[in-house]
Design a binder for this molecule. Structure first.
Ligand code: DP6
Length: 344
């Protein structure tokens, strides 16, 4: 018997950034983080998992190309899902297909956006993998702790809306989980735009970048211990009040501090390019022009800007961006107005 399940998972954009691990294997962070999960139909990964008695071994294809299934993070996710499935069978749950448990899986995963361009593809990818595997093996319940072991930021894509990843204290990571702060319906006017400055692969990946930062940056230590805890509280309050100015200012400051820790890393890491810097200046000039904070930027481990604004300002801001970055001069930039909730 062949069993096939297909699921999709969206990208999430951190507004309080995760950067640095206290445990590399379990993927435990040095600070909590908070993100906004995009609408399902926008930037997303689609994963199909098939199980069959006739499969000889586990295999995986990413965007049509077969990849190494022995990758330790993939193995962690597969092992943890199978462990939970076995546990449920052991508990005598009849809904668990006991024959399928020993079967090998074929996994096929595709992104509808460029991989490794700093657009959080690993987050959507591992969230989707874990969720789809769980469905295939009949596992339910808390899965963010497993997605976390695929890629830290992936644990936040297990929920919609506004999501915090609580860093936890335990050595075994059992308390390092994602939790929804507000659902996707909470702030229907909020909009996300992605300004693609480059769709190329980033020179330094997040995993190795944050490793070097933990080893060399005293600013990162200060950030994790003394800045982020207070910011998490303020950010959650700003989201709950739907206070755009407070949300936007914290978002920009946190992005800037993250990139400052990259510069404080030795040797330094540069994720922003000249286009990113121009976008930063433009956002501040735009806000200054109106005398209020109408737009915010945030950048992950790459030069692409993610812009937060409210619905009523989207078309004007897009016009301003297109005025300063005409499509014909920058070859291949595109802009998207992405609703973050289903009602929009
Ligand atoms: C800058 O989750 O990609 O996007 O846990 O090593 O897989 P690993 O790293 P990853 O790091 C994301 C870093 C970030 C900030 C964030 O999303 O919080």
């Amino acid at each position: 018997k062949t069993n096939i399940v297909t699921c999709t998972a969206p990208v999430n954009i951190a507004v309080i950034k995760y950067w640095g691990k206290r445990d590399e294997e379990l993927i435990l962070p040095i600070n909590s983080s908070l993100s906004v999960t995009l609408h399902q139909e926008q930037l997303k990964t689609t994963t199909t998992v098939a199980t069959s008695r006739s499969f000889q071994e586990d295999r995986i294809w990413l965007n049509g190309k077969e990849e190494d299934i022995t990758h330790p993070r993939l193995q962690s996710c597969l092992r943890e899902i199978r462990r939970l499935a076995r546990k449920r069978r052991g508990d005598g749950d009849p809904s668990v297909d006991s024959t399928g448990l020993s079967h090998k899986v074929h996994i096929c995963s595709v992104n509808n956006f460029p991989t490794a361009a700093g657009l959080a593809s690993s987050a959507a990818g591992f969230a989707c993998l874990v969720y789809t595997l769980a469905r295939v093996f009949g596992v339910e319940g808390e899965l963010s702790g497993i997605a976390r072991q695929g890629s830290g930021s992936a644990c936040r894509s297990m929920y919609g809306g506004f999501v915090q990843w609580i860093m936890g204290k335990k050595d075994d990571g059992k308390d390092s989980l994602a939790q929804q702060v507000e659902p996707e319906t909470h702030w229907p006017e909020l909009r996300i735009l992605v300004l693609v400055a480059s769709a190329e692969r980033k020179p330094v990946g997040s995993t190795s970048g944050m490793q070097t930062s933990v080893q060399t940056s005293s600013l990162l230590k200060h950030r994790a211990e003394s800045v982020v805890p207070g910011r998490m509280v303020e950010m959650i309050e700003a989201v709950q009040r739907k206070d755009f100015a407070a949300f936007a200012e914290l978002t920009m400051k946190d992005s800037n501090q993250f990139h400052a820790t990259c510069l404080d890393t030795y040797p330094p890491i540069f994720y922003l390019n000249s286009v990113s810097q121009q976008v930063i200046s433009l956002v501040h000039r735009y806000n200054r022009h109106y005398g209020e904070t109408r737009v915010a930027y945030t950048f992950d481990a790459g030069p692409n800007a993610v812009i937060f604004t409210l619905q009523q300002h989207v078309s004007e801001f897009v016009q301003v961006v297109q005025h300063f970055f005409p499509p014909e001069t920058n070859g291949g930039q595109f802009f998207k107005g992405l609703p973050v909730n289903h009602a929009a």
